[in-house]
Design a protein around this ligand. Sequence first.
Ligand code: FAD
Length: 386
Amino acid sequence: MQNIPDEHQDIRDAMRELCRQYPDEYFRKIDAEEAYPEAFVDALIGAGWLAAMIPEEYGGSGLGLTEASVIMEEINRCGGNAGAVHGQMYNMGTLLRNGSEAQKRKYLPRIAAGKLRIQSMAVTEPTTGTDTTKIKTVAVKKGDRYVVNGQKVWISRVQHSDLMILLARTTPLAEVKKKSEGMSIFIVDLREAVGHGLTVRPIPNLVNHETNELFFDNLEIPAENLIGEEGRGFKYILDGLNAERTLIAAECIGDGYWFIERAVRYANERIVFDRPIGRNQGVQFPITDAYIEVEAANLMRFRACSLYDAGQPAGAQANMAKYLAAKASWEAANVCMQTHGGFGFANEYDIERKFRETRLYQVAPISTNLIFAYIAEHVLGLPRSF
Ligand SMILES: Cc1cc2nc3c(=O)[nH]c(=O)nc-3n(C[C@H](O)[C@H](O)[C@H](O)COP(=O)(O)OP(=O)(O)OC[C@H]3O[C@@H](n4cnc5c(N)ncnc54)[C@H](O)[C@@H]3O)c2cc1C
């Protein structure tokens, strides 16, 4: 497969060098053991990659979303899974954009130095799903503390994070003018919270992705851990979603290229009926189709990145990039699996692992239908459907 150098080749080369130390066997073993890739994450943090978007004044590299997306893409393109770490890239942005100077000084330099991890964000709830404004988790102010009660579901990387951003209702839904008002976000120090009002129950799932149910039972959070103004938390969370969606689009692009490379290699090597299977148009055309889709999605991903980095509205492009990239990577996964015939199912080829991993992104962090609903309403001007 043609590998045309781009302006991010320095980052790509450095990431590939690091990832070479964590080959397929490493991620295969981690997957089989349902473990967390600690050594890989330590190496990434140690090299400063996960502090890419933290401004230099707080000890980070001060890079843009474009560069951060290349870092995430390369992890997946090299056969790994950035799902173990991507929260650190975008969760710090919520703090950076909306936190007080004191909060930024307290947390960001330590996050940049790898002493603190901010891998988790708790939004989704079991009874409300995507209808986020109906969340039932409440935070009630009592003196210098907020007392939190409620439940969250699918909250990732809690067991491998020190800090978590929590969205909770601070004013009852019935008392706000707009349903998006009255929610607030907090920094939860997981090291203090777990076992003292916060219970974490892991959810075994399709992918080796550490994700959990959370139960809040009178969890006390210092009032100083409120981020920004009380009642504006939903807006703050929404502001961060464009970065999250674009980074995940880049991971899907990385997956897509990985699947295409593997499919091409196998199609050239596998001999059946005395010729490489890739000589059959029935084999080579689906791979080609998948490649074209990945390339096209990649353009939208860089469009979203450049708008975001220029400080311009990027909601439509971030959503479209996530949609196109997740679809393209899933199609590439399917083609790669089909090209490998029975061997695609064997763990040692890593295809079934990456196949499971890339499937997630049609559902999380936002499902395809909800992207359609966003574009229909906000870009096309169609009536809101829910
Ligand atoms: C592995 C994993 C990790 C996750 N990590 C996190 C995390 O760290 N933090 C966090 O807060 N959340 C996390 N999530 C949650 C994730 O963001 C949600 O699963 C996702 O947004 C979909 O919400 P839901 O599962 O509640 O689906 P629902 O909202 O119940 O929707 C179910 C289906 O119905 C469709 N649907 C619903 N309403 C409509 C409508 N009006 N029109 C058309 N279709 C509709 C949806 O598209 C979806 O396909 C994670 C999920 C998974 C699986």
